[in-house]
Design a protein around this ligand. Structure first.
Ligand code: NAG
Ligand code: NAG
Ligand code: NAG
Length: 389
């Protein structure tokens, strides 16, 4: 009996305990369920936020990819260009002077879309039908080495006979005339040349030969342009160049005060004065009378300029550095306002030393006659049309 009572008591106790445990577990489960549903809610929210974030990331990554691709293409382009230039330089380095024309890739030149820029400036009245601009250098030929480090050589521009003239040095009096480029090529020094002794010495490397006349710069008390007839050896005319405070027109070639040039439109003078903050100025001259028709202050700095030439009324200034690198056209100025610096191609010369040089453009042949540290070099130019207006 006692045993039974004990058993019942125990059973009751156990059942009560059991019930308490079940209650407890139920409460816990409810709490857990609550939390699970909360978590579920939160995780759904997180998931949608994550999705949104992922979408944003994908979009940004896509953009980045695009940019990366563009960058890669650019870099690749640059790389091939640098390689090509390097190869061409190596190639040129291995050529000796007697080799004929060396082709230079046109792609050396960065071509840009042309654009007419509006400027409130009087246009050059005598706008000719000449509408070409420089595009690239197609070929070069090193003819020979005659004379000292500085000088000028040129063909008679517009002269019918194709005679070639050598102005050796920057302060001399004797012009050497060759019957042709061939004669000049085969001549031992100046043995095949006819000498012309000028009545006064020239100054710098700024001379041209045009229509059987030599135009040269003489520096006495004033700077003068002299016109000399190369048929009978007489001074036809001379004129004081009406500009004060001359400075050398090219920073790298201090002997040249005025550089004369001929293009399709006739005779020009390239010069610099202290007034124009050391920028290069330009004057159109009448080749017949030596009158100055019009003047321009260009935007091209004189510093580090080495030489310049004019094509269809556009001045192309060639620059280098005191430690000679590759010469390149870096500034252009068009008196007709059709070519701006942005339109102009960046043209590198295949091989030049950077000083002791002069460039003379022949508009009939589209050739540059270059004197480069005593070497006589020809550069064949490629021209293209300026934008039609
Ligand atoms: C050219 O001028 C240099 C001096 O500048 C002189 O040494 C040389 O003999 C000249 N050459 C010719 C061919 O006149
Ligand atoms: C030289 O030739 C030009 C053109 O043929 C002529 O006008 C000039 O009078 C001549 N001068 C002399 C001194 O013969
Ligand atoms: C230019 O010529 C001078 C002599 O007139 C010479 O000393 C100098 O080295 C030359 N410069 C170059 C870059 O050849």
């Amino acid at each position: 009996m006692r045993t039974l009572a004990l058993l019942v008591t125990l059973a009751c106790f156990a059942s009560a305990q059991h019930q308490a445990l079940i209650d407890y577990l139920e409460r816990r489960l409810l709490a857990i369920e609550d939390r699970i549903s909360l978590w579920h809610e939160q995780s759904t929210r997180y998931a949608s936020e994550l999705r949104e974030l992922k979408q944003q990331m994908v979009a940004q990554l896509e953009n980045l990819d695009k940019e990366k691709e563009a960058l890669r293409v650019n870099l690749e382009g640059m790389g091939t260009r640098v390689d090509r230039v390097e190869r061409e330089m190596d190639y040129l380095e291995t050529q000796n002077g007697a080799q004929p024309c060396v082709d230079v890739d046109d792609k050396l030149v960065e071509q840009q879309v042309m654009q007419v820029k509006e400027k409130n400036k009087a246009k050059y009245e005598k706008l000719s039908d000449c509408r070409h601009m420089m595009s690239s250098i197609k070929a070069m030929k090193i003819l020979k080495r005659v004379g000292g480090s500085k000088g000028t050589w040129t063909k008679d521009i517009n002269g019918l006979l194709g005679k070639v003239y050598i102005f050796n040095g920057t302060n001399e009096e004797t012009i050497h005339e060759f019957a042709s480029v061939q004669d000049f090529s085969i001549s031992q020094g100046t043995s095949l040349a006819k000498p012309w002794n000028l009545p006064s010495s020239w100054k710098g490397t700024g001379h041209v030969v045009y229509n059987s006349h030599a135009y040269y710069v003489k520096e006495a008390e004033e700077v003068m342009v002299v016109k000399y007839d190369l048929r009978n050896g007489t001074v036809v005319d001379s004129a004081v160049f009406p500009v004060q405070d001359h400075v050398p027109v090219y920073g790298l070639n201090p002997e040249t005060v005025i550089d004369l040039a001929v293009d399709e439109e006739g005779l020009w003078a390239i010069f610099a004065t202290r007034q124009n903050e050391r920028r290069i100025s330009l004057a159109k001259m009448d080749a017949r009378t030596l009158d100055i028709e019009q003047m321009w202050d260009t935007t091209c700095p004189q510093e580090n300029a080495e030489a310049a030439f004019i094509i269809c009324g556009t001045l192309y200034v060639v620059y280098n550095t005191k430690q000679p690198g590759r010469s390149h056209v870096q500034c252009v100025y068009d008196v007709n306002d059709m070519v701006t610096n942005e339109d102009a191609p960046l043209v590198y010369f295949p091989k030049r030393y950077g000083a002791n040089s002069s460039l003379k453009y022949n508009p009939l042949e589209q050739l540059l006659y270059a004197w480069d540290d005593g070497y006589q070099i020809l550069y064949k130019l490629v021209l293209k049309k300026k934008l039609e207006i």
